[in-house]
Design a protein around this ligand. Structure first.
Ligand code: ZN
Ligand code: ZN
Ligand code: ZN
Length: 430
């Protein structure tokens, strides 16, 4: 008996255990293999299988519950786990740690649309370009309607009644803005040869200048023309959509600033254009040319501006008066003659009032004479004395000693936009 018990204590083979009836002395131990993670019977997917000894009654009967293989839908193109956008799939069995990541090639269809930031709806052609952004949506989640804030403007046409200039159903009577030395930029953008000035690249491109302008919600922009009538027209149309009056400067003294006839032909049907027949005048010939051009444009029913001479001097202003220029033009533009605090009677705006026409102020302060605060003063005084339009050449191409995006005095363009916008807002609020 005790010898049997002694033998049974050894790790004897199963048949001997049964033969000697060892069950009486201790539980039967079974050698088996289990999954290390679950300590259950290994499956195909169990990577770490270890030997184990169990009392017969405690022998595991269940298969590993951690490494159960799973049937997964696979993207046939990427061999990754399919998502609902994968076009071709099949079912495949995987061990749990071998399931591939989800396919990232096939995605929910998206659409990219232009959105108006004010209405959060699709941008219409009438949304100001600075409010329009591209946005991506899951297909079907994009807004369907068009902007209901910026609608097609009611027909607006520049008209002159008595001595006043009107725009937008007669609602607007004050035109505040800036001038842009645009011609050179246009020449550059269309890549004409012969242009030698250094240009500063995208940071201060013409598009940049226009976007900046529109941000300040001004309603008047004066600009040179160029030789490409299509570009000028596109620009004027864009400004019209933003309810901006455009004054196209055709000549500077004896210099044509572009193809005058082609530009007039391309823009004369637009309702927001003023043609400035000249900028500066320096000789009798300049005055004669201005008078002829003004007469020709007025005969076509166009709105023509011109007048006080500027850098050329008062001599030519006087000569132009003798030649009847102020009687011909629709708007008299006062240029480079500024009210001095306390001596505002000296302002040419007062001097030209008796012609009974709308008066504007075109300015360009070079030679470091004025600066920002005087600019504001001049604008405000001009309006106070009855000017309907004010602008300043705040954005120039480099050259004439000025840098990109600055005026001749080194003031950044946006400073003038800010001044103009402040004046405009004050006028709207009053
Ligand atoms: Zn396992
Ligand atoms: Zn896929
Ligand atoms: Zn809009």
């Amino acid at each position: 008996m005790s010898i049997l018990k002694w033998i049974c204590e050894f790790d004897i083979p199963s048949w001997m255990f049964d033969l000697f009836g060892c069950k009486k002395f201790r539980p039967k131990l079974i050698h088996t293999k289990v999954c290390q993670a679950s300590l259950l019977l290994p499956r195909k997917c169990c990577k770490n299988v270890i030997p184990a000894i169990f009392p017969e009654e405690e022998l595991p009967t269940k298969l590993c519950d951690i490494h159960k293989s799973r049937v997964i839908k696979i993207c046939l193109d990427t061999k990754k786990r399919a998502n609902k956008w994968c076009p071709r799939t099949k079912l495949k069995k995987f061990c749990p740690d071998e399931i591939p990541p989800v396919c990232r090639v096939h995605k929910a269809p998206r659409v990219r649309v232009k959105i108006c930031q004010d209405s959060k709806l699709l941008a219409s052609p009438y949304c100001p370009i600075n409010k329009v952004v591209w946005k991506t949506f899951l297909k079907g989640k994009e807004p369907l309607g068009y902007c209901d804030i910026h609608k097609k403007p009611s027909p607006a046409k520049l008209t002159i009644k008595d001595d006043k200039l009107y725009f937008l159903d007669g609602g607007q009577q004050k035109f505040i803005g800036v001038g842009v030395w645009r011609r050179e930029a246009l020449l550059l953008e269309i890549g004409q040869n012969g242009y030698t000035w250094d240009w500063c690249g995208d940071n201060y491109s013409l598009s940049w200048a226009e976007n900046e302008f529109l941000k300040y919600e001004l309603n008047y922009l004066r600009t040179d023309i160029c030789n490409d009538p299509r570009l000028v027209r596109e620009f004027c149309e864009r400004m019209y959509k933003n309810r901006v009056v455009v004054e196209l400067t055709l000549r500077d003294g004896d210099r044509k600033l572009g193809d005058i006839d082609a530009v007039i032909e391309a823009t004369k049907d637009l309702p927001n254009i003023i043609y400035e027949v000249f900028n500066e005048m320096y000789s009798k010939e300049d005055v004669h040319e201005a008078v002829n051009l003004a007469r020709r444009l007025r005969r076509q029913g166009l709105i023509v501006s011109g007048g006080a001479i500027g850098a050329g001097g008062e001599k030519w202003a006087e000569y132009a008066r003798e030649r009847g220029l102020y009687d011909i033009v629709s708007i008299i533009q006062v240029h480079r003659h500024w009210p001095i605090p306390g001596h505002e009677d000296n302002d040419w705006i007062l001097k030209y009032k008796h012609f009974g026409k709308p008066i504007g102020r075109n300015e360009f302060f070079d030679r470091k004479k004025l600066g920002l605060s005087k600019t504001q003063f001049i604008f405000e005084k001009s309006i106070e004395h009855g000017a309907q339009l004010v602008n300043y050449y705040g954005f120039r191409m480099p050259g004439f000693g000025s840098k990109c995006g600055e005026d001749a005095e080194g003031n950044p363009y946006w400073k003038y936009l800010e001044i103009a916008s402040k004046i405009r807002k004050a006028l709207i609020e009053n």
